[in-house]
Design a protein around this ligand. Structure first.
Ligand code: NDP
Ligand code: KPL
Length: 359
């Protein structure tokens, strides 16, 4: 089975390199010409949590694809996922599989695109959430930032041969957890990620933002609201290693303590494999921080937390905290607001003003 990965960045690049190294047939596709050229000329150089290595890979730009595609992993940022599938529509067959290999709520949009083009979208789309982390630093160079599993599942929860085979190949990179409720996993990552968005209001390490109790309390209130949005949409939000939704409905100060411990545990998980003596990590914050601060471009917040807010509005939920958070991120992206701890002061005042502080 040839696996085509569209988006050879941190997530797609690491998956492709480890699968190729294990002898699987992988083609990395990216629209960044210099990156594709570097991959073909020198292979993918990876440093970070597992040390340094260079893996020979095959890479192409989208316009170079000519063969019909079987298993396709879409590992672009969320806002580019549907267009990434659209560009390969002429190469798809009824038995092709499209894996939405990213954060965000893209599966229904990809299904709709496929349906509109004469395919059976529901039969073709596989859901997933990658929970390892990295950063595309330069052409041909990815930093592996933290370990974590991959969640994978058919949208209808069935165990299928194609899922087993994909899981087997991806396990060359990391643990693969096959889920019978992948939509609940996808929601869980988005609910959890409200605090990741929060951490990007400041140009600082995660431990200086979510690691500070005063700030973690604001983040916790934002995640609690995100969880209310999920529940109002009838979603059974799953736990995963960074996150247990059971901790995000605090009624007492003791409940809040458990919630803050969950946030600290997530930070510990994100850091536990890092050896700062062995490697100076370039990616100090989240992927959202990386796009805003390092790559100086809009993050995927509009397409991730922004969509969560839309789900909330449609269900009649109070989404004021997430709205305020996103508005602040959009102002930062548009150059109308500086990054900094003053953003936390403003958000904390707003949390108190609208009566959403944690007990
Ligand atoms: N990085 C991380 O640590 C984690 C990321 N994720 C999720 O994984 C997803 C991918 O993130 P990440 O790997 O960081 O993203 P990157 O920005 O590192 O890589 C995405 C790559 O896809 C390219 N691309 C975009 N559109 C197309 C297209 N139509 N055809 C071909 N290539 C395209 C991008 O090019 P261009 O730059 O031109 O847009 C870019 O090179 C996101 O949803 C993210 O939230 C999940 C867990 C952790
Ligand atoms: C959850 C986290 C921080 C894990 O890498 C992430 O998804 C990101 O870096 O964007």
């Amino acid at each position: 089975m040839t696996i085509t990965i569209i988006g050879a960045g941190a997530i797609g690049g690491l998956a492709g390199a480890y699968m190729a190294k294990a002898g699987h047939d992988v083609l990395l596709v990216d629209r960044w010409q210099e990156h594709v050229d570097a991959l073909n000329a020198r292979g993918l150089f990876i440093d970070g949590v597992r040390g340094e290595m260079t893996v020979p890979v095959r890479a192409a730009t989208p316009d170079q694809l000519t063969q019909p595609l079987g298993m396709v992993l879409v590992a672009t940022k969320s806002q580019h996922a549907v267009d990434a599938v659209r560009q390969v529509l002429p190469l798809l067959r009824p038995d092709s599989a499209i894996v939405s290999y990213q954060n965000g709520f893209n599966e229904p949009d990809i299904v709709a695109l496929l349906d509109a083009n004469g395919f059976d979208g529901k039969a073709m789309v596989i859901g997933s959430i990658p929970n390892y982390g990295g950063a595309l630093v330069d052409p041909g160079y990815i930093e592996f930032v933290h370990e974590g599993p991959i969640q994978l599942g058919e949208m209808d929860g069935r165990r299928t041969p194609r899922l087993e085979e994909l899981g087997r190949q991806l396990s060359a990179l990391t643990e693969v957890q096959v889920s019978d409720n992948i939509w609940g996993q996808i929601w869980a990552k988005e609910v959890y990620s409200a605090q990741v968005v929060f951490s990007a209001l400041v140009d600082a390490r995660i431990r200086e933002t979510l690691g500070v109790e005063r700030y973690a309390r604001i983040a916790g209130a934002i995640v609690r609201e995100a969880l209310e949005i999920a529940e109002a949409n009838g979603i059974a939000v799953e736990a995963f290693d960074f996150f247990d939704p059971a901790n995000y409905r605090p009624k007492t100060p003791a409940d809040t303590r458990r919630l803050l411990d969950n946030i600290n545990h997530a930070i510990w998980l994100l850091k536990k494999d890092q050896n700062e003596q062995a490697h100076q990590f370039k990616k100090k914050g989240s992927g959202i921080w990386w796009d805003i601060v390092y790559r100086n471009r809009p993050s995927e917040v509009r397409s991730s937390n922004g969509k969560l807010i839309d789900y909330g509005r449609r269900a009649g939920v109070d989404v004021r905290l997430n709205e305020k958070l996103c508005a602040m991120i959009y102002e930062i992206e548009e150059g109308r607001r500086p990054l900094g701890f003053h953003n936390y002061d403003e958000l904390e005042a707003y949390v108190n003003q609208i009566g959403k502080a944690l007990p």
